[in-house]
Design a protein around this ligand. Structure first.
Ligand code: TXA
Ligand code: MG
Length: 341
């Protein structure tokens, strides 16, 4: 079913309109500090079903519930462990999602039938105004078609979902650029299920002890979303793990096979390379710049212009863990220099 999607610039009136649409069981896109979300009333299963339909999202992949205040969290969960309270105090609002035992108040299709619920307080005034005005918990995945890179601007949402949702609230480009960190808080100790805007170091500093980052790629992911293809650009992407010389040899090799090669690299590496298309996505001296521009850069590569993307391997420290988590999922494979590092 195709319908008109309204495109609204963020102001008070626009927020009021979106809030009414959410209350009426419609699906709308809005900015958060991480990526754009696709929201619906989390207490209305028919509304939530429309999110899965618009995105083409598998129904066994649960959605995060967005609330505006810390006080709201207790309404949807059985209990909050002490360590989770520390995380709430330190990082909410912010790019952190905590998974807690559900008390069943949230629609069953939001949690995909699990007995836990993911909750987050977005740190973006537009998102907060929307949740407060609608006066409802809002279930929201990233506002992209399932499998595509997440949207960091309203235009990306429009490209993916025009005609499939009621409205898009344009609040400019999102800041963090990668999704929230998902932390499982249902056990004795917390476990990172998806690296994101809040780093492992940030969390360990607050808790005072080391925590596990579960390698969700393994057989039975506790976070069901982890088993699906993600962040796929239109063109196949290969990760190149090596120095500039190795990188250039790979470019030359693929070009010799008749392929037009696009690069997704830092400005530092870009200055040493030549290829058919070079997309610079930030500086390695500040990995937040890479995080902020990664998805947008992935979206710039077009099948009509390049046959494949060769992407840099960034240091897996701080936000670099989240960057590499997404890039590894976007990649078809990784090519590593033999005697480099
Ligand atoms: O930054 C973000 O988190 C963005 C913005 C819009 O808030 N949202 C987002 O949602 O990235 P989504 O649906 O694209 O990713 C949510 C992840 C999925 O991997 C999902 O499987 C996991 O969180 N998740 C949600 N609820 C869960 C639960 N109860 N148990 C385990 N994993 C859960
Ligand atoms: Mg997503």
């Amino acid at each position: 079913m195709s319908k008109q999607t309204q495109f609204l610039i963020w102001d008070e009136q626009a927020v009021e309109q979106l809030a009414k649409q959410i209350q009426a069981g419609e699906v709308v896109a809005f900015p958060t500090e991480t990526v754009y979300g696709l929201g619906a009333d989390a207490s209305n299963p028919e509304a939530v079903a429309k999110i899965f339909e618009a995105k083409g999202r598998p129904s066994d992949n649960p959605l995060i519930v967005h609330v505006a205040d810390k006080d709201q969290i207790k309404h949807y969960v059985k209990e909050i462990p002490k360590y989770a309270n520390l995380l709430i105090e330190a990082f909410m609002p912010g790019p952190l999602t905590i998974i807690l035992p559900s008390n069943g108040k949230i629609a069953n299709n939001v949690t995909a039938g699990l007995d836990s619920v993911g909750i987050r307080i977005p740190d973006h005034p537009a998102a907060q105004e929307l949740i407060r005005t609608a006066n409802l918990p809002i279930a929201a995945p990233s506002a992209n078609l399932s499998g595509k890179p997440s949207p960091t601007s309203a235009i990306h949402v429009f490209q993916d979902l025009n005609g499939k949702i009621a409205a898009i609230l344009d609040g400019g480009t999102t800041g963090v650029g990668l999704e929230s960190t998902v932390v499982d808080c249902t056990g004795e100790v917390p476990r990172i299920m998806r690296p994101g805007g809040i780093t492992k170091d940030d969390i360990e500093l607050v808790l005072g002890y080391p925590i596990e980052q579960s390698m969700i790629e393994n057989d039975k992911p506790k976070s069901p979303g982890m088993k699906y293809n993600h962040y796929q650009p239109d063109v196949p992407l290969i990760l190149i793990d090596g120095n500039a010389e190795f990188f250039q040899s790979k470019i030359d090799q693929y070009q010799a096979e008749g392929k037009a090669v696009g690069l997704l690299v830092s400005e530092e590496l870009a200055s040493h390379l030549s290829a058919d298309q070079i997309q610079v996505c930030g500086t390695i001296t500040n990995l937040s710049t890479i995080a902020g521009q990664l998805y947008q850069t992935l979206r710039t590569f077009k099948k009509t212009e390049v046959d494949l993307i060769l992407a840099e391997v960034f240091p897996e420290e701080g936000i670099g863990q989240a960057i590499m988590n997404r890039l590894k999922k976007a990649a078809i494979h990784i090519e590593k220099a033999e005697n480099d590092r």
